[in-house]
Ligand binder design. Sequence first.
Ligand SMILES: *Cc1c(COP(=O)(O)O)cnc(C)c1O
Length: 344
Amino acid sequence: MSVHVPKIDLRSDTVTVPDDEMRRAMSAADVGDDVLDHDPTMAELEERVAELLDQPAALWVPSGTMGNLIALMLHLRRGDRFLAPEHAHVLGSELGTAAWIANGMPEALPHDGGPGRPTPATVRAVAGGTGPYYTLTTTLLCLENTHNFAGGAVIPAPEWTALVQAARASGLAVHLDGARIWNASAALRLSPATLAAGADTVQVCLSKGLGAPVGSVLASDADRIGEARRIRKMLGGGIRQGGVLAAAGLVALRSMDRLADDHANAARLAAGLRELGVGAMVPETNIVLVDLPHPQVAAARLAELGIGASVTAGKLRFVTHRDVSTADIDEVRDRVAADPELLG
Ligand SMILES: *Cc1c(COP(=O)(O)O)cnc(C)c1O
């Protein structure tokens, strides 16, 4: 087995390592005990993200999963049902906590509005009205922008607005899982605030394309964020001198402009593979899905060559990020060109 190939890790945009600037900011961070007094750097990061999302308040959380869970705990009670597009992270990738901790019965919606999203009509139809006392009460629509398993698919702003309106008309609150809202923002050239307008709660990740080692932020109104702080503590997510971590988040936020490079690399990879006759989907952001009969076999073969890919929703997935270069992308294409069996 060849070991003299560079490791090109396209399994996820979570594999990035903090750069020198980020490490310096972390070591120099102004800190306090966030559980007792609200750490000053945590507070600065939370204010900054609230501002970016045009929400009144925000709370740092250790992970996107905890951010989504806290949001769902704020919205749901026993006997409630929530709606989310099929293959949403909250449905299949959070161990079912939406149901067994947040008490919501999940209902998956088809992607009939385009990749990763339902139509407003479907939201209205599935939300329904009030039924007999023994039926579930549908209280929440949870959307994902970009939609991970739909290949980093973006929800265009007019559709987002129409979906929020449909939810409102049906009496539903709206949670946005904006783990990669920064990518949607770069792709559409619209501010994150525009793409989150009208949401009651928004979760955003700092540890994906933006490159922080840890951290997400949940944004909402001041009352919900006050309660979210209590729930975070309940879940064991109160961090003491969290400023060390928040400082990385503040640096991460300054790297938003370079996401367009990741999108260009994803487009380049997809185009290169398609030229070779490989069925790669044309990416909207930084995720390339490839439809293959045996994606697990392909991922294992690529791994032998030092190329990391993952399998999601039955497809081979490549994710571009700040630690892969255009030359790396070209090397992946060359490897596939040299061995047509690789993605066969
Ligand atoms: C990664 C991800 C999350 C969860 O973030 P973690 O920090 O890994 O817990 C939530 N939603 C989506 C769409 C994601 O891609």
